[in-house]
Design a protein around this ligand. Sequence first.
Ligand code: HAM
Length: 399
Amino acid sequence: MNPLPGFRDFYPETLALRRHIFDRWRAVARRYGFREYDGPPLEPLELYTLKSGDEIVSQLYNFVDKGDRAVALRPEMTPTLARMVGAKHRDYKKPIKWFAIPQLFRYERQQRGRLREHFQFNADIIGATDVTADAELIALAIDTLRSFGLTEQDFVVRVSDRRAWQRHLDELGIPVDNQYAVFQAVDKLEREPLEKTREKIAAMTPRVDEVLAFPKDNLQELLDHLGELKKFCRVDFKIVRGLAYYTGIVWEIHDRKGELRAIAGGGRYDNLLKLISGVDLPALGFGMGDVVLGELLKGRGLLPKLDADLDCYVVIADETLRNAARTVVQQLRDAGVAVDYPLSPAKVSKQFQAAAATGARWAVVIGPEEWPSGEVTLKNLATGSQERIKISDLPERMK
Ligand code: HAM
């Protein structure tokens, strides 16, 4: 029995990597004043058919539950957030700055960097209309990637604006109802043969070349608010985003070499809360996945060495001291030290091998010579140096 295609087993080494990524996400979100929330992984199907867009709806894991409800595993977090904020917005001061790390499910075509489940760092601001909020989110995304050791040589933020795109298509006489179809075609520009994109646009307007001449706008106000971080950004109207609900500035982060799928993407979606919850609040945010990020970190040699994080291994030099050893183990654990010890009798040399395999910094030897005088031998496993110390001093020394 294997896991389903596109689903991952997380063995301890891979889970340690996932936790490394989550820890950084949380730390940077906290620095920016965002609070963590979560919602249900299973939602009413309708939450996504309302406004997420055809592509994501075609990728849904959906079914009818035993109560005859049409339900879907969440493919993205934004509709859930819109529902949650709409229901309780009076309880929170605006702007609301929240983040989440949901596991999301999409029945995607198998390809590099795209799986059928992934974790996504979501950060959103609700109740802010100024471009300063767009800049704040882009800054958060940049600082998040920098916190992993990535630099401007590694990634680029490609910024664009749906309003500039709308003006461009208005000027070409393309009716509003046809504009989203054009956006979907442009969104695929770098992932499909150009001819296919042109065909899709031609179905909406004969002015294909003019559409592909792109809007002209330098997004100066946004870039000004980014200050120093401007060097990470590039105005690029090939970005429109595939999701249907975006209404303003949109952006994606890509690796500089352009080898991988997007690392992150987001933008402003001022109408979604009204549509989902009836509460009219402006909103913006982004999502950053763990899959492409993990590949990029691996490619750049930026994955830290992630061993088991044990502090200490207790070696039982004489089996008659097992109860004594148990007491020491308990004392250390009570003091917050991460401790392991052999569960069955073993030669001392075998126990030291086990200690080395756990990656513990210290070994504490409980031996017949030291024990009667209330002492143990503390050995530094990295340097090999050892000393006899009082059992009562042990927890302090470990810290
Ligand atoms: P998205 O562009 O669909 O946006 O996804 C954001 C990021 O999640 C992508 O750039 C990618 O890193 C990751 N991702 C998406 N699908 C997969 C997949 N199948 N496998 C691996 N990674 C994936 C959204 O989902 C928006 N809801 C983001 C947002 C939040 N906009 C406003 N607030």
